[in-house]
Design a protein around this ligand. Structure first.
Ligand code: 3HC
Length: 446
């Protein structure tokens, strides 16, 4: 089966979820593009978008239509060539609409997982529950005579465990996207000793077609990205608890969030990122990773308390951010959750005092959106963090500790042989988390 034949019948399980919807979008666009190639004219391409939630699937189709329009607008010249034989498509508007139709007619939203029984390739993006994943893949494999390939988007479960327990014998690999998949350039690729060479070769071709940067991760729970993120998040939570010995936890959360965003020049503060991914997802990933670790306890009572209170973050099917540690207005944090009072406290009530306690940002300051575009990162961040190290403020001290911790986490991932080298750790953070600089950088050394 060649590349196009493999892509003629594909399923995405968990398609209405945050990760699933992105995987579905990228795959639908790639399949539509292949279907427009002269050699594929007249062939049928089918992409099953499978999810338990009817409401979620309706939201998915809305998301898809909006995003495909954006994709089409960026490649009208190529589309004009592909539709050269269509005399009825004159204006760009006609071409864009035709492309949206061509993508949408490939996608079949459904709650019926039996549709996977005819697929050549199955993307698995259901919730982070090993037993559920194994059960579903085992069931599909027992009913699909075509020996399909499985690309699991698991964020933490070792692939060889899924492979062995579901009896997939080389036909599964970890193909781990980052949130949101349409934006983050990274795919972590995880193979097992049994993974078929042709499955891996297809995965590399497919990732290239999607314009993704592939970083291989060794098959350890959490892989590289979540290996860093979970420890980084725990550091942030523990720093907030430390600060909360002398001030309310709500203020401490605000301050650590600000330090991890503004002082460290990241796209989101750590509490915003936990909310973005979902408090529940972060707690699940830590739970899955923890039994595989020695000498380390990846666990936080604070996450457990938030879950017990039902405050989980995550996104609505419209893509809007749900409230978690922070409350949001048009995507921007406006309040912090008080776990004792079980209500939100407005940031405006304490922002001035907390900002004064943190102190000024180092100079020359470029916020993340500008900094991420800077070509010579060392020339900018070297002096910036050099200046941070000379400052005797609370903000600078917290940022310095945070930067050092992030660097140490990165180095440990190499020492533990999760990542093959430091460059891979840095690439994961640059392309999966949209950081402006890699964590292993020397900027924070004394
Ligand atoms: N789908 C498609 N496009 C999206 C999108 C989505 N869900 N979310 C954002 N975008 C697009 C926007 O439309 C916009 O496109 P444009 O430039 O063409 O207008 C672009 O992304 C930038 O968005 P915004 O201007 O709204 O906002 P920002 O510039 O702040 O960027 C962000 C948003 C890309 C989410 C950025 O804040 C970011 O990268 N944050 C960090 C996210 C992160 O760390 N992700 C990894 C989490 S860990 C993980 O996923 C692993 C898992 O296993 C848990």
């Amino acid at each position: 089966m060649n590349y196009d034949e493999r892509l003629q019948h594909v399923s995405v399980m968990g398609a209405a979820g945050k990760m699933g919807s992105g995987i579905l979008l990228l795959t639908a666009v790639e399949m539509a593009d292949r279907s427009l190639m002269p050699e594929n004219k007249g062939k049928t391409f089918v992409l099953n978008a499978i999810d338990l939630s009817d409401e979620g699937l309706a939201g998915l189709m809305d998301y898809l239509r909006v995003q495909v329009q954006k994709v089409a607008e960026k490649k009208t010249v190529w589309l004009r060539q592909m539709y050269a034989d269509r005399a009825d498509l004159i204006e760009n508007y006609d071409i864009i609409n035709q492309y949206i139709n061509d993508v949408m007619r490939i996608v079949r939203p459904t709650t019926a997982m039996e549709t996977t029984y005819r697929s050549n390739l199955v993307f698995e993006a259901v919730s982070e529950n090993k037993d559920l994943k194994v059960k579903l893949l085992r069931q599909i494999d027992a009913n699909n005579p075509g020996k399909p390939w499985y690309f699991t988007n698991t964020s933490s479960v070792p692939i060889h465990i899924v492979e062995n327990e579901a009896g997939l014998d080389g036909r599964v690999l970890g193909f781990h996207f980052y949130n949101p998949p349409a934006v983050q350039k990274l795919v972590e690729l995880i193979v097992t000793p049994k993974t078929l060479a042709e499955t891996k070769a297809f995965a590399l071709d497919y990732a290239k077609a999607l314009g993704k940067v592939v970083v291989p991760s060794n098959d350890f729970a959490g892989f590289i990205g979540n290996g860093h993120f979970m420890r980084d998040a725990l550091h942030g939570i523990n720093e907030a608890l430390e600060l909360a010995k002398t001030r309310p936890l709500t203020e401490a959360i605000y301050m650590v969030n600000k330090v991890s965003q503004d002082f460290l020049v990241r796209p989101m503060g750590i509490f915003q990122l936990i909310d973005y991914v979902g408090v529940d997802v972060v707690q699940f990933i830590m739970k899955v990773m923890n039994p595989h670790l020695t000498g380390e306890d990846l666990h936080s009572d604070v996450l457990d308390q938030m879950m017990a209170l039902g405050v989980k973050g995550g996104q609505l099917s419209s893509g809007a951010q749900k409230d978690g540690f922070l409350k949001y207005d048009k995507g921007a944090p406006i309040a912090v959750y008080d776990m004792e009072k079980k209500s939100y406290v407005n940031i405006a009530d304490f922002m001035t005092t907390c900002d004064a306690a943190l102190g000024k940002l180092p100079e020359p300051y470029s916020p993340w959106k500008a900094a991420v575009k800077i070509k010579d990162k060392d020339a900018h961040f070297g002096p910036f963090f050099g200046s941070l190290k000379t400052m005797d403020t609370l903000g600078a001290k917290l940022a310095l500790r945070y930067g050092k911790r992030s660097d140490a986490i990165g180095r440990k991932l190499v020492a533990d042989k999760v990542a093959n080298n430091e460059q891979d750790v840095n690439t994961v953070m640059l392309t999966g988390f949209f950081h402006a600089y890699g964590p292993i950088n020397g900027y924070f050394n004394e």
